[in-house]
Ligand binder design. Structure first.
Ligand code: C2E
Ligand code: MG
Ligand code: MG
Ligand code: MG
Length: 282
């Protein structure tokens, strides 16, 4: 997966295409300049709360609007940012933006929990912790960190200690893409998570495959047994949504509920009628 990602990224950022025959123009300089030049933005995807019957949270997803390429999805730049040591400035930018936008949402009358994706390698980065803990304490922001499990596996003692510090600051911890990759029960046992997000690979198929549905159901029961809230990602059909409700799932996220959208579109959505009847059309 990593190799594929890097290959795609390398193809996208072929330096020769930028009139840089020496090949000096690196993604590193492009990414830093792009951050300064306002080429990055956040798209917010709503999370539907079955019990509250409404949107109570959103996931902030990074978007890079490249001047020539248009919108570049994060799969193409997150991996490279990680490899070149640029995931910290990117993530700090994301968190600062999410905090500002959470305040804008509050001003518009919407109390919304903001989820941000945190690359596992940042969980051992002391500078990151200092910066972000200060930003959270100053703003009183309500954040949730979505962590993918592969990441926390390396350097687990330091990562666990840092997770503890974020939790003390009121940050909720979510295990992203659960069930894919290197999922293990050991990981579930070790991380003091508040939420588990079951990978869309299982959710997207559950209206067609009873095996997928069974895997989702067992994961919901497992999460609840451990006292965790569970979110299903990749909810694309009304059948899937109904199945999840029947299984006692807590939250649903996916194209059926709403696509990732800019802040103003999110506010319009939240200002509209509550509930799901509007959402299928959104
Ligand atoms: P993720 O955290 O698992 O985010 C969910 C991804 O699934 C998003 O893709 C979202 O657009 C997509 N998705 C949501 N609902 C559906 C659905 O119903 N069907 C389908 N087919 N897809 C759906 P996106 O925005 O391309 O992000 C991809 C990944 O990039 C994210 O996966 C996350 O791991 C990473 N990412 C995004 N923003 C950031 C960031 O700021 N920092 C870091 N470290 N990673 C980020
Ligand atoms: Mg996520
Ligand atoms: Mg995910
Ligand atoms: Mg993912």
């Amino acid at each position: 997966e990593q190799a594929r990602r890097t290959r795609r990224s390398a193809a996208l950022f072929n330096p020769s295409e930028y009139g840089d025959p020496g090949g000096n123009l690196s993604l590193i300089s492009e990414l830093m300049a792009a951050l300064r030049n306002g080429e990055f933005s956040l798209a917010y995807q709503p999370k539907y709360d079955f019990r509250a019957e409404g949107i109570t949270g959103v996931e902030a997803l990074a978007r890079w609007t490249h001047p020539r390429r248009g919108v570049v999805p994060p799969d193409l730049f997150v991996g490279m940012a990680e490899e070149t040591g640029h995931i910290r400035p990117l993530t700090e930018w994301v968190i600062r933006r999410a905090i500002v936008d959470q305040r804008a949402l509050a001003a518009a009358g919407h109390d919304i929990l903001m989820s941000v994706n945190i690359s596992g390698r940042l969980l051992t980065d002391e500078t990151f912790a200092e910066e972000v803990l200060a930003a959270i304490t100053e703003s009183g922001a309500r954040l949730c960190f979505e962590i993918t499990e592969t990441a926390v596996m390396d350097n687990s003692e330091r990562a666990l200690a840092m997770i503890g510090r974020f939790k003390d600051a009121g940050v909720c911890v979510s295990l992203d893409d659960y069930g894919s990759g290197l999922s293990s029960l050991a990981y579930l046992k070790r991380i003091p998570a508040d939420e588990l997000k079951i990978d869309k690979a299982f959710v997207m198929g559950m209206d067609k495959s009873s095996r997928d549905a069974l895997l989702v159901k067992s994961t919901i029961d497992l999460a609840h047994g451990l006292g965790l809230r569970i979110t299903a990602e990749g909810v694309e059909s009304p059948t899937t949504l109904a199945l999840l409700r029947g299984m006692g799932c807590d939250m649903a996220q996916g194209f059926l509920i709403g696509r990732p959208k800019p802040l103003h579109a999110l506010i319009e959505r939240l200002n509209g009628p509550a509930g799901l009847s509007t959402t299928a059309a959104a």
